[in-house]
Ligand binder design. Structure first.
Ligand SMILES: [Zn+2]
Length: 460
């Protein structure tokens, strides 16, 4: 099967030119000009041709606070595909007292059966007696070289500093890469209990009880532990300006510290937590939304490369029956928002169109750098001969109206409801097969394959 994407403006993290992309089978065969080739032609004139998105932070088919995310690996990856994302990395969660490979395999079997885009896994570590070290080595050797730990949620997913340090030290030897959820769990736990004790039970307490310094303190501590262990570290879903200052200061000292933020932190503020009739619950997440000044600092971080990735932390719940579990207690609201479907469009509209980042940087943030950091570049994240033919054709002039009424995610609300933005994903190819045409999903359940990743060469 030969396909030519014809006449588009091809944009990668480092290049920008008009040309054709020649696809043979699952791979890109060549880029250039191929007027004579006998092939199926997809006209990309007047459009951008971009590498498929790589979203290294999603939660599909995942249990949380007694419920399950609204999207499974099928609906969630359909939403990803429609949003131009052709690779995701999700998070299996270890149960205490259980070999981490058990949860890893459970997640993998669900993804294997259902995913419509390629998928990888970062194993979450909640319990690490020395007997589990070989399991981590095994996962690294078998294509999942990154791990996540939580400094939040005491009594549930939180691990103590010694465990974090122990896991990090092991990665110095086995080539693993540690991702950290940075919030001071014990202090937040106290603030939550005090709020509830004083009768403050509403969604707005999500921000009140998780102030920016609790995020900044944990970020600094994670960086210190990584420095002590002499390993790289990646801070997930960074939201607070003070946390970014900690990352920037570490990078300035030459430490291999990386961080991502998410569209919701760039675009929404904590004011939405006040939405009437418990509507604020739709925006409850950890860390919480912050104020306008934090947003400006995050945008600056994207420009200065103190933030290297925009992921979505796609954690979809329905308002009805799920977010409502916390009607009388904000701490019981399942935390998270959907986002995977709109990452490309939102970052294009508010980043590129508003002049905050340029096109190459845009591609870098949503595709190339995540592919590099997480060990799947140049197979993913580039438009070059030999790379997987994961591509999106993006219409920069098409208007998009965001609404729950027409979204693919099974969340019953859209955090950006009613927003009008410009720039739409038109066509998406996964390894040479068209899976989105004219913005509609045309792919098949289960065709996504395991993203076997190598230990990252981008890390120093
Ligand atoms: Zn997450």
């Amino acid at each position: 099967m030969t396909i030519v994407l014809r006449g588009g403006r091809i944009v990668t993290a480092s290049q920008d030119y008009v040309g054709d992309v020649l696809i043979e089978g699952e791979r890109i065969a060549a880029v250039g000009s191929f007027p004579e080739v006998d092939a199926e032609v997809i006209d990309a004139t007047g459009r951008l041709v971009l590498p498929g998105g790589v979203d290294p932070h999603t939660h599909l088919d995942a249990p949380l606070k007694g419920t399950m995310t609204a999207d499974d690996f099928e609906s969630g990856t359909i939403a990803a595909a429609i949003g131009g994302t052709t690779s995701i990395i999700d998070f299996p969660v270890q149960q205490k007292g259980e070999d981490p490979r058990v949860s890893h395999e459970a997640w993998a079997s669900r993804a294997e059966e259902k995913a419509v885009v390629d998928w990888g896994l970062h194993q979450v570590i909640v319990d690490l007696p020395d007997e589990y070290f070989p399991a981590l080595d095994y996962l690294i050797a078998n294509g999942s070289p990154s791990f996540k730990m939580f400094m939040a949620y005491p009594g549930a997913r939180m691990v103590d500093d010694a465990t974090i340090f122990k896991a990090m030290r092991r990665t110095a030897d086995n080539g693993g890469f540690v991702l950290m959820h940075c919030e001071n769990g014990p202090v937040i736990d106290l603030l939550e209990r005090e709020a509830l004790g004083a009768g403050r039970t509403g969604p707005e307490e999500n921000a009140v009880t998780r102030p920016p310094i609790t995020e900044a303190e944990a970020t600094s501590r994670a960086i210190a532990l990584a420095e002590l262990a002499r390993v790289p570290v990646y801070v997930v879903h960074l939201a607070a300006a003070q946390a970014l200052e900690a990352v920037a200061a570490a990078r300035k000292r030459g430490l291999p510290v990386y961080a991502e933020t998410c569209p919701h932190y760039l675009l929404l503020t904590e004011d939405v937590l006040m939405e009437p009739d418990f509507g604020g619950a739709k925006y409850v997440m950890c860390p919480p939304l912050r104020t306008r000044s934090h947003q400006e600092r995050l945008w600056m971080g994207l420009r200065t490369n103190d933030l290297q990735v925009v992921s979505t932390d796609h954690t979809p719940f329905r308002f009805a029956g799920q977010k409502e579990l916390g009607r009388d207690n904000f701490a019981k609201i399942p935390n998270g928002v959907p986002g995977i479907e709109w990452r490309t469009t939102l970052l294009y509209h508010f980043g590129v169109r508003k002049g905050r980042i340029d096109l190459n940087r845009f591609v870098d943030l949503i595709s190339t750098t995540p592919a590099k950091l997480f060990g799947c570049y140049p197979r993913k994240g580039d438009i070059a001969p030999g790379s997987d033919a994961d591509l999106m054709v993006f219409d920069p002039e098409k208007d998009v109206f965001l609404t729950a009424a027409s979204q693919a995610t099974r969340s019953d609300y859209n955090p950006y409801e009613g927003w009008e933005v410009r720039g739409a994903v038109e066509t998406v190819l996964l390894r040479g097969t068209v899976i989105v045409r004219d913005g509609a999903f045309v792919g098949r359940r289960g065709v996504g394959t395991f993203l076997r990743r190598s230990t990252s060469s981008a890390l120093t």
